[in-house]
Unconditional design. Structure first.
Length: 271
């Protein structure tokens, strides 16, 4: 069937992912007002390290919840009738720190005796506030995925896991940055306010892409005359941490920009 992204409920999006009828390039701008989540699924022996990684790095890795070992259902207070194996639009499979495959479900990769799934806050969840403030993110305006960049900012390590932060980028005029900060600051469980902006901020993060054309993840953007790049912590960070750790077993995550839609509202993750 044909799916329209407008006026959908999170449950309808999850069902469309589950039955294979979801075919949009990103979940940016979908289900305005509802929380979207990043995913990491890994063997239970790494679960404590992952929780500690999130606790020590709350800006790029804000932990929203987790599944029980071997149980693929999301806690009901986050989403009803939600299966972490099928209900995101697109998944990535890693082994030994390398991306080996993208696919629409991870039924074959999930271990009923051992897998644990973690949900991490996503910056898509504060984009409705930006839109309502007259500051529509560029990737929504032009119908693309948000650009994401590796940085040289180190994470506080936790056991096997460490590495560097990933950031997402949305361009704005310098005079709008204070409003952008004010609008996104309350969303502390979905990355909160930006951590850097402008040429100086990009240099501090180790990013050399003044036009937004060469992101490490997601799609190229358009930084127009009179605008500067604005950077937020990004929930792809824990996937990159897993890649850098070279965990030998299979680890799964969402494909960047293809998030799991939850039933909780944006205000539920605000300070």
């Amino acid at each position: 069937m044909t799916i329209s992204p407008t006026s959908l409920t999170p449950r309808a999006v999850r069902q469309a992912c589950r039955d294979g009828s979801w075919n949009y390039p990103s979940t940016a701008g979908i289900c305005e007002g509802y929380v979207q989540a990043n995913l990491v699924i890994l063997p239970s022996k790494y679960a404590d390290d992952f929780r500690n990684l999130c606790a020590r790095n709350p800006v790029p890795c804000p932990l929203l919840g987790e599944t029980k070992k071997g149980d693929p259902t999301i806690p009901s207070h986050l989403a009803a009738d939600c299966d972490i194996r099928t209900d995101a639009p697109l998944y990535r499979i890693y082994k030994g720190g390398k991306l080996v495959e993208e696919k629409k479900d991870i039924l074959a990769e999930w271990d009923d005796d051992d897998s644990v799934g973690f949900l991490i806050g996503c910056s898509f969840s504060f984009e409705a506030a930006l839109i309502n403030g007259g500051l529509t993110p560029r990737q929504i305006e032009i119908g693309r995925n948000v650009p994401m960049y590796r940085t040289k900012t180190p994470l506080a390590p936790a056991g096997r896991l460490g590495g560097h932060m990933v950031v997402s980028m949305r361009p704005y005029p310098p005079e709008a940055i204070e409003q952008v900060r004010d609008l996104t600051r309350p969303f502390i469980r979905t990355h909160g306010e930006p951590i850097a902006w402008g040429a100086e901020g990009a240099a501090a993060l180790g990013i050399d892409d003044p036009e937004g054309k060469n992101p490490d993840f997601g799609d190229a953007s358009e930084i127009r005359e009179g605008e500067v790049p604005v950077y937020w912590g990004c929930g792809v960070t824990p996937q990159l941490s897993v890649m850098d750790s070279k965990i030998p077993e299979i680890v799964c995550g969402h494909s960047p920009g293809h998030m799991l839609l939850l039933d909780i509202r944006d205000e539920d993750v605000c300070q």
